[in-house]
Design a protein around this ligand. Structure first.
Ligand SMILES: Cc1cc2nc3c(=O)[nH]c(=O)nc-3n(C[C@H](O)[C@H](O)[C@H](O)COP(=O)(O)OP(=O)(O)OC[C@H]3O[C@@H](n4cnc5c(N)ncnc54)[C@H](O)[C@@H]3O)c2cc1C
Length: 428
């Protein structure tokens, strides 16, 4: 089948690879000049198969609201939130209050995480991709009793999903991450040995090259401007490429359009309330390896993700609900610096810092949107929020199974892209 994918972020390129492997004729249409130039560019890089969880939980909302006015609090809201922001926040609150819903979604996302891990490992066994990646595990730190209690809840869910994990004492955590500042408060940590990390941008660019070698066509600098539907089919997309505009037809279309998916959904009669949740990262060269992190670390004290990427380190944080504001305020970046130096002092060169801001394509309930839309030939693989890099390989494999009509290996109902359009869905 001739399939056109819109978007060459990690979701689009992974989908291109999986569909090409399944024998389809694949074309990718991307408005930027190369792959992974939007949210997939400088994310935290954590392959957090065991740490994935939806945000729509009362404990997450409560703990975020408690620190709302502190400079280092992860959640940031403008004084006058837009209508879109209000809608996102109230929807998230409603989902968080729905009994049993959070646990079902959490479990489904963890299953998708494990499926992704397997899919990525299969891909890596086929050929070498250079992306500063490893599977050396992830350490979630607890500085106080409340954080430890929260992590114990995570451990209980991992137990239920049969995902390997260990509770480490403070000393064991220091042995696992010897660069950690032993003077900083630390009660211990949850270690998930099967997790890992890697540079999502490098990976996507490498995989795009492999796709091209396998016959996938990439149209860069090509923006999809509108869609032409007829009864139950999307007939064509209207594309502007290098100043020329034209309709392009295809047997099927897959929307991997990240934060732009909401508008495409609306044009296709689908409610897809994906909201851009802003986050920041700083990438730094390591100057003292013995004091730097060796793997992926999450520090709830500053709500930071700290990741070793080869000879570099990336520190990431914040969830800001400011629509598409692309600014990089110093007050946010200085919190990232403070939080990183608190745990791994004197290990990097701050004069070479590369700051970045990106937008997590977040659904209000948490799970991504993977599957068929309202038309027979329209598919979505989007809305992965905080964990798009982690879930990419599995989401692409799942979508490829769905297009082939194969039964899924696990409960995929929470990922249904049409769920927000169904009447009474809130009530279950
Ligand atoms: C601060 C931060 C930290 C994060 N850390 C992690 C992490 O540690 N681990 C993890 O798993 N995930 C993480 N994420 C999440 C992850 O980065 C995203 O979920 C993922 O990158 C989304 O990929 P995507 O391909 O769906 O979207 P994108 O990478 O945004 O790709 C969408 C593509 O669609 C294209 N497009 C949109 N509209 C059009 C159009 N009209 N025509 C043509 N092309 C179009 C865009 O140009 C873009 O290239 C983080 C995100 C942020 C912001």
């Amino acid at each position: 089948m001739k399939i056109t994918i819109i978007g060459a972020g990690i979701a689009g390129v992974s989908t291109a690879w999986a569909l090409r492997q399944a024998g389809h004729e694949v074309r990718v249409v991307e408005r930027k000049g190369s792959a992974a130039m939007e949210t997939s560019y400088a994310n935290a890089g954590q392959l957090a198969y065991g740490a994935i969880a939806p945000w729509a939980s009362m404990s997450m909302i409560r703990s975020s609201l408690k620190t709302l006015f502190k400079p280092a609090g992860a959640l940031k809201l403008p004084l006058f939130p837009s209508l879109l922001t209000w809608h996102f926040m109230t929807s998230m609150g409603r989902f968080a209050l729905k009994p049993g819903f959070y646990e079902t979604n959490w479990q489904a996302m963890l299953k998708l995480g494990q499926f992704s891990k397997q899919a990525l490992q299969e891909l890596e066994s086929d050929f070498t991709l250079k992306y500063d990646g490893h599977h050396n595990g992830m350490l979630k730190l607890a500085s106080n009793a409340a954080e430890k209690k929260e992590l114990m809840g995570v451990a209980a869910m991992l137990e239920r999903c049969d995902i390997r994990h260990h509770w480490l004492s403070a000393q064991e955590a220091l042995d696992t991450e010897p660069g950690l500042n032993s003077e900083a408060p630390l009660l211990g940590g949850l270690h998930i040995p099967g997790d890992g990390s890697g540079d999502c941008h490098r990976f996507t660019v490498e995989l795009a090259k492999a796709c091209e070698n396998a016959g996938v066509v990439f149209d860069y600098d090509s923006e999809v401007l509108s869609l032409r539907t007829y009864t139950d089919k999307l007939e064509a997309i209207y594309v502007r490429q290098h100043g020329k505009e034209d309709w392009q037809e295809s047997d099927a279309f897959v929307f991997c359009t990240g934060c732009a998916s909401r508008e495409f959904g609306l044009s296709l009669g689908l409610k897809l309330p994906i909201y851009p949740v802003k986050g920041y990262s700083i990438t730094l060269p390591v100057t003292a390896a013995e004091r730097a992190p060796v793997s992926a670390v999450i520090d709830d004290r500053y709500r930071l993700a700290i990741t070793r990427l080869g000879k570099r380190v990336r520190v990431t944080g914040f969830a800001e609900l400011v629509d598409n504001d692309k600014t990089l305020p110093d007050k946010r970046l200085s919190v990232l610096r403070e939080g990183f130096d608190f745990r791994f002092p004197d290990s990097v060169d701050w004069s070479e810092a590369e700051p970045w801001a990106g937008f997590r394509p977040m659904t209000p309930d948490g799970p991504p949107a993977i599957g068929q839309g309202m038309q027979d030939n329209v598919w979505f693989n989007t809305g992965h929020g905080t964990w798009g890099w982690t879930m990419a390989a599995g989401s692409a494999a799942l979508l490829t199974q769905q297009i082939a009509g194969s039964p899924p290996d696990f409960n995929t109902r929470p990922f249904d892209p049409t769920r927000f359009s169904r009447k009474g869905w809130f009530k279950g």
